[in-house]
Structures are given as structure tokens and as C-alpha cells.
Design a protein around this ligand. Structure first.
Ligand SMILES: Cc1cc2nc3c(=O)[nH]c(=O)nc-3n(C[C@H](O)[C@H](O)[C@H](O)COP(=O)(O)O)c2cc1C
Ligand code: SF4
Ligand code: SF4
Length: 368
């Protein structure tokens, strides 16, 4: 329970979250819980198609909670925040959940990079008053990169972040959160250093990650993944034997991968390795040297700008060519089985926030 005279002027707490596997939803619920007796309203931003329609009053406190992707905020969140109505001084706070890992009793923190800074900056430019922002460590859900955490590991991280969120909520609502600290300065410097990675992730990385996803031979075509994708990125194709197909809209939130009842969604390492190998600049130079194009290649290397443009264009072309080949290979049951069995992700433990069911995301929806 918050105890501050300033809190008396706040009438309502509105939190909009985006969440792939429930971590950011859980953090939003914790804030709501600790803001008591202030009336809380936790909304899932995935179905608020026009964030400008959101009704925020001058005596509201507005929070945005979302996962860190590629050391920054996902596109979905950026678009949502850009579309918000003008703030007119409304008090706001930002939380980026980040992926922490547990090795015995050692907890490796995640890093939110520019996520909080960027969203706070956009909110300030829109006229909101940022009262505070922070990254909160939650069990990492990036299952296309590493196996899901054990129950014990996840519980340790959740217990720690629970108390972090309690302190943060108390300080925000009592207007005594300190934004300018030495650790925040270091965070900002690292965020700047990692900015090129974040830009690459937003511009190209997450599109490529989306194309790694496929359904293995255990898929029964139930369509649950398509129904529950927060950005409608999955299409079911085939009348007699429907199969999911991942489009570029995918935000790589990991929901389909972690909630599929058959554990059938995988990110294909064999495809990533094949595309990476054939699309590498070493392969490109072999290609040029083995053909009549050797002289053209040498002149390209002389100019670093043309060289990197050629390299990227080649990589993207190869990526899509290999993708088409793999797409058809995955449709052959025997080959799908082989490609899946040799894929490390096939054996990874999945993760979703322990108390979050798929139906919970729908419960927080509002009509817009
Ligand atoms: C594609 C992708 C990229 C990620 N990038 C980062 C990152 O840069 N830094 C970090 O600390 N965690 C990263 N994570 C981990 C998530 O931010 C973290 O697990 C988050 O709590 C997930 O929240 P959600 O369940 O609400 O989606 C990433 C996860 C995914 C799926
Ligand atoms: S991938 Fe999983 S959730 Fe999607 S259709 Fe197949 S079995 Fe159902
Ligand atoms: S396709 Fe899967 S990973 Fe991509 S946004 Fe939808 S649920 Fe998330």
C-alpha cells in the first residue's frame, strides 16, 4: 500500500503492456497490486489498434510495460507509443522486462539497452511527464537462442524482480524515484554503444528471425498459434492438413514457440546454418572467382561501400532462396522429421511465465 500525500491527487493507474510469454503482463499485474488502493487498469496493447483512442485523464498515471528485443523496444511498442494522444503533462513510467538467466544461485541479469530511454523520449516529446523508468529482470524467454530456464531458476529470478517492482511502484507513486544516477549514466553509455545492434535488429534482424520459425512433424494443425499470435503473423494454409506459415509481421515474441501444446514450433538451426554459410562473403568471392566476374569483383572490393552493398544484397537474396527450398523441404514429412531431430531447439525446454495462460492475454483486451 502506497502512503504519500501526493498520491492523493492521482485517481487512476492505466498500464498498457505488450507481452509474448507473460513476463511483461506479470510485471504489469505486480505494479497494479502494489499501487493498491489506487484503481488499476491493466490493458493488453496487442488489440488496441488505435492507441490514440486510449482515454487518459489528467489525474491518471500511465505505464508502458514491454519486453526488450535486440537491446531495444519491439516495433509493436514503438508504433503504439507513436500513436498515443498528446500527453498534456500526464505522469508516465516505463518498464522494459529483460531476459535474465540462472546458473545455480548466480543470476545473470539481462540488458534493456535503449528500450526504456527510447520509449521515455518519445513519451516526453508527446508531452508526458516521465516519473521513472527501469529494466526488470525476468526469466529469459528467448528459446530460439537457448533452452528455457528450470522451474527453480525461473522462481529465483521472479522472486527477485517481484521486490524490485514493489520498490519501483512505491517510489513512482510517491514521486520520489531518482532518474539521474551514476548507474543510469553507465546504462545510457552502453545503450549508445549497442545502438547499431538495435538498429540492425529492428531493420533486418527480426524479419530474419521470423523466417526461422516452422512447425515440426508433431503439429496437428490445431491453429492455436495463429489464433493467439499478438500481431496476427501466422497464417494457416491447407484445407485437409492445415499448417502454420510465418509471415514477416512476426515480432519474434516467442509466444507460439512456447505455448504450442505439441511443442511443434521450432526455429530452424539447419536453415540458419545453410543460409549463413551459402550467403557468407567467402562464398560470394568463390562464386566470383570461379566465373568470368573476377575483374568486376576486384573492382568492387576496392570500393568499401559497393563491397558491403554487394555483400548484403547477396546475403538477403541467398537467405530467401534457401528459405524457399527449406519451406518445401519442411512439407515432406520424412525430411521435416530429420531436420527437426538434428535441430537443438527440438530438445529445448520451453518457457512461459508460470501463472500466465493464453486466455489471460485475451482477458486484458479492450475494444478499440
Ligand atoms: C527476439 C528476442 C530478443 C531479446 N532480446 C533481449 C535483449 O536484448 N536483452 C535482454 O535483456 N533480453 C532480451 N530478450 C529476453 C526478453 O526481453 C525477456 O525474456 C522478456 O521478459 C520477455 O517478456 P514477455 O514474456 O513479456 O514477452 C529477448 C527475447 C527475444 C524473444
Ligand atoms: S504449431 Fe502447434 S499450435 Fe500451431 S497449429 Fe501446429 S500444433 Fe497447433
Ligand atoms: S508468429 Fe509467434 S513469435 Fe511471431 S509474433 Fe506471432 S506468436 Fe510471436
Amino acid at each position: 500500500m502506497i502512503n504519500s500525500r501526493n498520491t492523493m491527487s492521482i485517481k487512476e493507474l492505466i498500464i498498457c503492456y505488450f507481452s509474448g510469454t507473460g513476463n511483461s503482463r506479470r510485471v504489469s499485474r505486480w505494479v497494479e497490486e502494489y499501487a493498491f488502493p489506487l484503481k488499476g487498469n491493466v490493458l493488453n496493447m496487442e488489440n488496441i489498434t488505435k492507441s490514440g483512442l486510449l482515454s487518459l485523464k489528467p489525474d491518471s498515471v500511465f505505464g508502458i510495460v514491454f519486453p526488450t528485443h535486440g537491446f531495444t523496444a519491439p516495433w509493436k511498442v514503438l508504433k503504439f507509443v507513436f500513436g498515443l494522444p498528446v500527453g498534456k503533462g500526464i505522469i508516465a513510467f516505463v518498464i522494459a522486462t529483460r531476459g535474465s538467466l540462472a546458473f545455480g544461485s548466480f543470476l545473470l541479469p539481462g540488458f534493456a539497452g535503449s528500450a526504456c530511454f527510447l520509449i521515455s523520449l518519445i513519451l516526453i516529446l508527446k508531452g508526458y511527464k516521465i516519473e521513472g523508468f527501469r529494466g526488470v529482470d525476468m526469466p529469459s524467454n528467448w528459446i530460439s537462442l537457448h533452452p528455457g530456464l528450470s522451474k527453480a531458476g525461473a522462481e529465483k529470478i521472479l522472486a527477485k524482480s517481484h521486490s524490485q517492482v514493489r520498490n519501483f511502484t512505491g517510489e513512482i507513486l510517491a514521486f520520489r524515484y531518482r532518474i539521474l544516477t551514476i548507474s543510469r549514466l553507465f546504462e545510457f553509455i552502453f545503450a549508445l554503444l549497442l545502438l547499431p545492434v538495435s538498429v540492425l535488429y529492428l531493420v533486418i534482424g527480426h524479419f530474419l528471425l521470423a523466417k526461422l520459425l516452422y512447425a515440426n512433424y508433431s503439429c496437428n494443425g490445431c491453429g492455436l498459434c495463429a489464433e493467439n499470435c499478438p500481431v496476427n503473423a501466422i497464417k494457416m494454409y491447407g484445407k485437409r492438413n492445415p499448417r502454420p506459415y510465418w509471415t514477416f509481421k512476426c515480432e519474434s515474441c516467442m509466444r507460439c514457440l512456447n505455448y504450442c501444446p505439441k511443442k511443434a514450433v521450432e526455429a530452424s538451426y539447419p536453415f540458419a546454418v545453410a543460409a549463413g554459410y551459402i550467403g557468407s562473403s567467402a562464398m560470394l568471392s568463390i562464386l566470383f572467382y570461379k566465373t568470368e566476374l573476377k575483374a568486376l569483383w576486384l573492382s568492387t572490393i576496392d570500393n568499401p561501400l559497393i563491397y558491403s552493398a554487394v555483400k548484403w544484397i547477396y546475403f538477403v537474396l541467398i537467405f530467401f532462396l534457401v528459405y524457399i527450398v527449406f519451406y518445401y523441404l519442411f512439407r515432406i514429412p520424412f525430411i521435416n522429421r530429420i531436420l527437426s531431430i538434428i535441430n537443438p531447439i527440438h530438445y529445448y525446454r520451453r518457457y512461459n511465465e508460470p501463472d500466465t495462460k493464453l486466455s489471460d492475454f485475451r482477458k486484458d483486451n479492450i475494444q478499440s
